[in-house]
Design a protein around this ligand. Sequence first.
Ligand code: A3P
Length: 345
Amino acid sequence: MLFKQQALLRQKLFVLGSLAIGSVLYLVARVGTLDRLQPICPIDSRLSTPEPEQIPLRTLQFKRGLLHELRKGNATKEQIRLHNLVQQLPQAIIIGVRKGGTRALLEMLNLHPAVVKASQEIHFFDNDQNYARGIDWYRGKMPFSFPHQITIEKSPAYFITDEVPERIFKMNSSIKLLIIVREPTTRAVSDYTQVLEGKERKNKTYHKFEKLAIDTNTCEVNTKYKAVRTSIYTKHLERWLKYFPVEQFHIVDGDRLITDPLPELQLVERFLHLPSRISQYNLYFNATRGFYCLRFNIVFNKCLAGSKGRIHPEVDPSVVTKLQRFFHPFNQKFYQITGRTFNWP
Ligand code: A3P
């Protein structure tokens, strides 16, 4: 009998102890989150309100809590209605460039309390079948958010697909467009590396980069090779400029996003008229990964998947030089149009 009572007491103490530890951990996590999330002004397409308004506390709590439940399909219709949650069309889109650092940019912007990201690439505007499903289908793919938050999606194929600028224009002619670029030859090699990995996984043979990038008959750069064409940024941008004024684009330096992300993110915050909320606290260098990773609070942090930051194959230096010379005049034009200059060779 006495033994039974002692066991019961031990059990109770264990439950109480676990509850106490759980509460402490919860409080610590909350303090970490609230620490960095200062009150901010409401964000919408007319983003010039000078007076910052407080973001309600529930926004902070629900951004990672309820929205997570919503993604998993666990939140009830009542919860959605009660908290005034909506699925909004994106007010900003990362339209490219493939392998420029589009995922890192989206995930880093999502650190901002007023930003909600569409996790998947939706491919609404570049895929005819998806586009035919209509704008409500697209909206249905968007995450739930509070009305004052902005939704951002990224589909890098948008940048290079002919039909996309007109289709986006028809949806929202004042949308904000983000383009993240890297030094064009490095980007082309990164593009090649991704395709190569896919082929290797399927046990398929694939040519060396040099063979694809250089036309063996003429010894000139092979402009039919998609990885080369994608890196001619100015050609693609010119198509977009038929629909949108240059002020509606913001160019992100993808090379700097790798080595020193915060200043690039601050420029984007400014472009989106968001108060500056992403701080050095949210970004820490992970020596094992060799990249910056994301810190939401003292409990929750994450690095990008291993498919981001692959080791590139060695490329013949003469081919690198040939490509750099080839891209040079296009780069100059790109600087001229965008007003953003890079130290590309
Ligand atoms: P590499 O794999 O060539 O290194 P995208 O998301 O558009 O496909 O771009 C992938 C690139 O994002 C990677 O190219 C990587 O260099 C870059 N990148 C930028 N910041 C990163 C980060 N914090 N973690 C991982 N990769 C990052």
